[in-house]
Design a binder for this molecule. Structure first.
Ligand SMILES: [Cu+2]
Length: 96
């Protein structure tokens, strides 16, 4: 029982790697979607896990399909992290 629990934690830590503290939903507003480049411009709230203040900037997305459901003007909630040195949106959903 305890061993199972400990190994579950170990697996979670391994999977998360340096991204362990990245589980922070951030709110933002879509400024521009560039599906061809798999990029999105967002006006975002502060991103604590990246130590970033609120601003408007371009993000890569982990999966271009994430861009199919959003358009300029949409409010979104997302998680971002550094992937191979590039700040990347790892998950995104429409907000309210
Ligand atoms: Cu930013």
């Amino acid at each position: 029982m305890i061993r199972t629990f400990v190994s579950a934690i170990a697996v979670a830590l391994l999977a998360a790697g340096t991204a362990f503290a990245s589980n922070h939903l951030v709110s933002g507003e879509v400024v521009k979607v560039d599906k061809a480049a798999a990029k999105i411009t967002l006006k975002h709230a502060p991103i604590k896990n990246l130590d970033m203040d609120a601003m408007t900037m371009v993000f890569r997305v982990a999966d271009p399909a994430m861009l199919d459901k959003v358009k300029a003007g949409d409010k979104v909630r997302f998680e971002a992290d550094r992937v191979n040195g590039a700040i990347t949106i790892t998950s995104m959903d429409k907000g309210k």
